[in-house]
Design a protein around this ligand. Structure first.
Ligand SMILES: [Zn+2]
Length: 388
């Protein structure tokens, strides 16, 4: 190689490094409300992003219009309430993060160690996050103290390090060091931080240890956890996008019936896509309603795989029940949980903040048009303005 060509190569390398540095800097400036860098492999991703940005633009227009219209009837806005709205600043249309965990092993970013998990729980506790159940998330029945932010834990794959039972004095109890045991332990020593989570199982290897599969599922449901569907197969060849309608319903129906057999009185209506992979658009409704072996199933939400955003709550008009975002329960990478915690520290106005009253939905007046009023049910919609 001549000296000249070596210099040429070197200068090309310098240019390449500069491009990479510039790209990584611009990635760090992503606003999760404006974009989606998720590792969701769906081909409509780009369309979704464009639509999201369009929607955001439209919403900004709507907000501008609302800001320009007359202020609502004074009486309606200032009727007596039991919390100081200006101090608490409740925002029950703000983001609710859904975290995707797997096992308690040293294999980031999908798994965490016990130490890391405890550290994360402590961060949440200190920063006013409080776990809610999948049931309460779906029903928008959020009953946490005023000023606090709900957070939803999900654990995929039915791993033994997530949950196993052991026998102790003739009783089945969670095995020490499993995610559920850690969560229970943390909850006991941190009042107000409930031990709630959804566990998503496949058709085989449903946890391990003592008890039958039915006893394990029953223990979880009896103790306030949700058990959901992660489809029968976790094989890449059986991803929902690759299946026809009959195969999709079988893949969902098998796990649906395992759960229903174990806990007949329990409503199983949440699903986590394996590999975050959804059925093709024409068949996607088979996630909501379907039938296998003459037994019907109905699902209310289906979770994607992280990293993805934004975390609209079920009451938001932009909430898409078949495309619910989740963040991986790790810190470090863009749009992982730790990244979002930092984001919400910078943008507290984006996150859900409870008014402490489950019968009332407190929303900033400017966001009224983003409330899905069909889902309010018996709840009162309370609109208010923040003083400047
Ligand atoms: Zn999985």
């Amino acid at each position: 190689m001549t000296k000249q060509s070596r210099i040429l190569q070197l200068s090309q390398l310098v240019v390449l490094v500069m491009i990479v540095v510039l790209m990584s800097v611009s990635c760090k400036m992503i606003d999760p409300d404006e974009n989606n860098t998720g590792i969701d492999n769906n081909s409509e991703k780009e369309n979704d992003i464009n639509k999201q940005i369009d929607d955001n633009d439209k919403n900004d227009e709507i907000k501008d219009n609302i800001e320009n219209t007359d202020i609502k009837d004074e009486e309606e806005v200032t009727k007596p309430v039991e919390i100081d709205y200006q101090a608490v600043k409740p925002n029950e249309l703000g983001h609710i993060m859904v975290i995707m965990y797997h096992g308690i092993i040293d294999l980031p970013p999908y798994h965490v160690t016990e130490e890391q998990f405890l550290e994360q729980l402590q961060y949440m506790y200190d920063h006013k996050y409080r776990p809610i159940s999948v049931r309460d998330y779906i029903d928008n029945n959020i009953n946490i103290e005023a000023g606090y932010t709900p957070i939803l834990f999900t654990f995929d794959d039915g791993l033994s390090s997530t949950f196993s039972l052991i026998e102790e004095n003739g009783e089945l109890v969670p095995k020490p060091g499993t995610a559920i045991e850690i969560l229970e332990r943390f909850s006991k020593s941190h009042p107000g931080f409930d031990s709630k989570a959804g566990l998503y199982i496949n058709g085989q290897k449903i946890f391990e240890g003592a008890g039958t599969v039915e006893e394990r599922i029953k223990w979880l449901v009896d103790n306030g956890y949700d058990v959901g569907n992660h489809t029968a197969s976790h094989d890449k060849t059986q991803m929902l996008s690759k299946l026809d309608s009959r195969q999709i319903m079988k893949n969902i129906g098998i796990v649906d019936q395992i759960i229903k057999n174990a806990v007949p009185d329990y409503t199983v209506d949440s699903l986590a896509y394996t590999f975050g992979n959804r059925p093709v658009k024409a068949l996607r409704n088979l996630v909501l309603d379907g039938e296998y072996n003459n037994i019907k199933y109905n699902y209310s939400v289906a979770f994607k795989e992280g990293a993805s955003a934004p975390y609209y709550p079920p009451l938001h008009i932009k909430f898409d029940p078949l495309n619910v975002a989740r963040a991986r329960g790790s810190k470090g990478e863009i749009q992982d949980m730790g990244w979002f915690f930092d984001y919400y520290e910078q943008h507290p106005e984006k996150k859900y903040i409870s008014d402490g009253n489950p019968d009332r939905v407190s929303v900033l007046e400017k966001d009224e048009d983003s409330v899905n009023k069909d889902k309010l049910g018996e709840r009162e919609l309370y609109l208010y303005k923040l003083n400047q």
